[in-house]
Design a protein around this ligand. Structure first.
Ligand code: KG4
Ligand code: ZN
Length: 334
């Protein structure tokens, strides 16, 4: 079965074709970063309009890259939420119209389930992680620990009470004068920072539970930055201390979740999963525990169409699809 996947929940237009026998055949991504940069954040109306412009050309390009024509598609998967309502409607409308015209099934995919399943999408099928496992979902909109009992059976173990980890990266970067989108730039800067010059808290790690809170940490960083000499080196030093605080906090809670769930496989997904320090730290922990940690390749940590095609293919294979109405769910629990 060959499934076309469409992702338009925020500021990336992603399209891919996933073949349930041969794996990922092609994927293409168009990022709107340049469009939103001058506003310092995503402008929803501009995002929707740009998806309208880019989506169909990307579908054509992806099909050509896969060596297919549109009639070769066996189903269409699209992100139905959570996300920006106008942006979601563009993807849903195109996906539904295509499916209807081709008389093929369409399936709505939860964006975070797409992220969650991305680490299972590639590699030798025999070595892909199998449930049960614990998933750490760390993106710009979510920070969650999820117990995955089976594909489609998820238990929320903990989540952020305020900012998501990626949001904390982005807001902290903005406070320190870095251009949008700040998270990856802050992470790059942290690589040049010196260790031990600033000490920030590891929020909510000294009490039981698996929830997170990152907004206080952000304030601590603001105070340190405001009272500093604001030199380039200081910015890097503070970035490093901030990154270490986030990475330590996430790691401590991941270990706790593994202990509570009684399993030794951790799967990490979402944009912050591209962070090198986080990847290295979780690898270290897995090695010490004799367990395993799995990440998607960095380009599939952030938003993309491949994860939606893959999640949709699993759902279609399980016999799931919907009627012909175009529905999106901007706020949606997994
Ligand atoms: O999953 P994603 O592409 O979009 C959402 O669904 O939110 O995640 C984007 C988030 C942004 O907040 C971005 O700053 C963060 O992931 N991010 C990173 C890195 N790369 C992306 N945060 C820390 N280190 C990185 N290398
Ligand atoms: Zn995402």
């Amino acid at each position: 079965m060959r499934v076309l996947g469409i992702e338009t929940s925020c500021d990336e237009t992603g399209v891919a074709v996933y073949d349930t026998d041969a794996g990922l055949l092609a994927h293409a991504l168009y990022s709107q970063i340049a469009l939103h940069a001058e506003y310092g954040g995503v402008v929803p109306e501009l995002a929707s309009r740009d998806h309208v412009r880019k989506l169909l050309p990307l579908v054509r390009q992806t099909l050509a890259d896969a060596g297919m024509i549109v009639d070769d598609i066996d189903g269409v998967a699209y992100t139905a939420g959570p996300g920006l309502v106008g942006a979601l409607l563009v993807g849903a409308g195109v996906a539904r119209a295509l499916a209807w015209a081709l008389d093929k099934p369409a399936v709505a995919v939860h964006h975070m389930e797409g992220h969650l399943l991305a680490p299972l999408m590639e590699g030798d099928p025999g070595s892909r992680p199998q449930p049960p496992f614990v998933a750490l979902l760390v993106s710009g909109g979510h920070t969650q620990l999820v117990g995955v009992e089976a594909i489609g059976r998820y238990r929320l173990l903990g989540e952020t009470l305020d900012d998501a980890a990626g949001e904390a990266f982005d807001k902290t970067a903005k406070m320190m004068g870095l251009p949008y989108p700040g998270g990856p730039q802050l992470a790059a800067l942290a690589g040049q920072g010196r260790a031990g010059l600033h000490k920030f808290p590891r929020p909510m790690t000294n009490r039981p539970g698996l929830d997170f809170s990152f907004s206080g940490l952000k304030t601590q960083v603001l105070l340190a930055w405001r009272d500093s000499d604001q030199s380039e080196q200081t910015r890097a030093d503070i970035a490093r201390a901030f990154e270490e605080a986030v990475v330590d906090t996430l790691s401590i809670k991941c270990e706790r979740a593994l202990d509570e769930a009684g399993c030794e496989t951790l799967v990490v997904a979402g944009g912050v999963g591209a962070n090198r320090r986080l990847r290295a730290k979780l690898e270290q922990i897995a090695e010490r525990r004799g367990g395993r940690v799995c990440f998607p390749r960095p380009e599939f940590c952030t938003d993309n169409g491949a994860m939606i095609a893959f999640a949709g293919a699993l759902r279609l294979q399980a016999g799931q699809h919907e009627g012909a109405s175009v529905m999106v769910t901007p706020r949606w629990d997994m």
